[in-house]
Ligand binder design. Structure first.
Ligand code: APR
Length: 429
């Protein structure tokens, strides 16, 4: 790896205007595959937020990448997903020229309103952190912004093309195998990045003797609805009621997203509209605050919850980013933000490799991400446990959860700890 990188750095030093190239004689190696290159510097599996963001960042550094995506472009862009962006994620999107729509249509948030014991307990994370915010900006909007930027730049993206196999990650020339128009194809890369989500194939390319995974499956899920109703306040509300968790999030000034803790395998049809509104009022309304507004329910679905982590997040020339490497429960809104943090670390590491022949950051990628990621797992899993009722909770366990909530919302130290984590821990360069 070092020898290759030094050669690239030498080429670049001798001709600084030269665009960075794959670290072999790529002009000789490239040839048409259905009119498309079959050689690139960074081969990216998956066009979710992680893959698109990495490709965009590399492009800004003059590093070539090709994205291969199993689904069609319309499907990728049509996946509707909620999202709360950390302060650092918004800064990152601004740095790469994609902050415009967040500023115009995103909703800046300064506080969360926790409701329990019949009272409202606000944590003003903006105040606690000296000015950090979170933004309600749905994930599909992030994907739309990234996709538009990639298309504007003429990016090489292959849709409706599942990667079937990854070979040679222990060598200097890993290869992605896929099929196009029924014919087998290969994409030869300097590096492969698995951004193919939890059910992708990349993680499985790491030898079982190396890859360790661990997880926690929670004994409940969330029934999520989208309602044509104005949010009752302009802040996200978490109801930590004895009867179970509930949340009011904001989609727009006239549309609210609401969640109710339910059984993990709950059939949404068991929940009539009346039952949903009655439970939401029970878990979210408190005296002195406006009750949640009811409206026509346009979407209803159940999400199961789990925490999952793979270690390491790299092997040879394969790197995992985003959901391919980790899953967090939605409490804390860390899924997309963690994917962005991985990509930031990896983008910088690949840039250091191609620009300065410095492979130190690449070698430490997994270590750097895991150090932060376990803090994120701790926060997401801890919060999930604290705010939900487990069916087997003893009286003692319930009293401890209430004490945790009292400490978190009622002391400066508790509020600061929540606020630092919620608005996003720093990403190590
Ligand atoms: N070949 C090519 N593409 C694949 C393959 C494959 N074999 N397997 C999966 N994919 C694609 C999926 O079709 C999907 O578009 O990889 C993409 C993975 O995208 P995401 O699941 O969105 O994962 P990621 O980019 O890590 O996003 C992280 O977005 O998905 C949410 O909850 C997630 O918040 C998290 C964030």
């Amino acid at each position: 790896m070092a020898r290759d990188a030094r050669r690239v750095a030498r080429q670049r030093a001798s001709d600084p205007s030269q665009r960075l190239r794959a670290d072999d004689d790529r002009h000789g190696a490239d040839h048409a595959a259905g009119g498309r290159m079959n050689r690139t510097q960074v081969g990216i599996v998956g066009a979710g937020p992680a893959g698109l963001m990495l490709s965009h960042m590399l492009h800004l550094e003059g590093i070539e990448s090709v994205i291969i995506e199993r689904a069609g472009r319309e499907h990728v862009q049509g996946r509707l997903r909620a999202g709360v962006l950390e302060h650092g994620t918004v800064e990152m999107l601004r740095e790469v020229g994609l902050g415009g729509r967040i500023a115009s249509v995103g909703l800046e948030q300064h506080a969360i309103d926790f409701r329990f014991g019949g009272e409202s307990h606000r944590i003003d994370f903006h105040e606690a952190t000296g000015g950090r915010s979170a933004w309600v900006y749905p994930q599909h909007e992030v994907v739309a912004d990234l996709m538009a930027a990639r298309l504007r730049a003429g990016a090489e993206m292959r849709f409706d093309t599942p990667v079937e196999r990854i070979e040679g990650i222990d060598t200097a020339r890993p290869v992605l195998h896929y099929a196009q128009d029924g014919a087998p194809r290969e994409l030869h890369c300097d590096f492969v990045v698995g951004c193919d989500g939890f059910r992708g194939i990349s993680r499985g390319a790491i030898p079982p003797s190396v890859l360790k995974t661990c997880d926690r499956v929670y004994p409940f899920g969330w029934l999520g609805i989208l309602a044509e109703a104005a949010p009752s306040t302009n802040e996200v509300v978490w109801g930590c009621d004895e009867g179970g968790f509930a949340m009011q999030s904001i989609r727009s000034p006239s549309v609210t997203r609401l969640y109710l803790q339910c059984e993990p395998d709950e059939n949404p049809d068991n929940w009539s509209d009346d039952r949903i509104w009655s439970e939401l009022h029970q878990r979210l309304d408190v005296p002195g605050m406006p009750p949640i507004n009811e409206g026509r329910i346009t979407q209803k679905g159940v999400t199961a919850m789990r925490s999952f982590q793979s270690e390491p997040m790299q092997h040879g020339r394969l790197f995992l980013a985003g959901d391919a490497a980790h899953i967090v429960p939605p409490t804390g809104a860390k899924g997309l933000n963690s994917a962005m943090a991985d990509v930031k670390v990896l983008g910088r590491a690949l840039t250091a490799y191609y620009r300065r022949a410095d492979e130190g950051l690449l070698a430490r990628y997994s270590q750097t991400c895991l150090k932060r990621m376990w803090l994120v797992q701790r926060f997401s899993g801890g919060l999930c446990t604290m705010v939900h009722r487990f069916s087997g909770d003893s009286v003692f366990a319930r009293r401890l959860k209430r004490a945790d909530l009292d400490y978190m919302t009622g002391t400066p130290a508790g509020r600061l700890q929540f606020s630092e984590n919620f608005t996003g821990l720093p990403v190590e360069a």
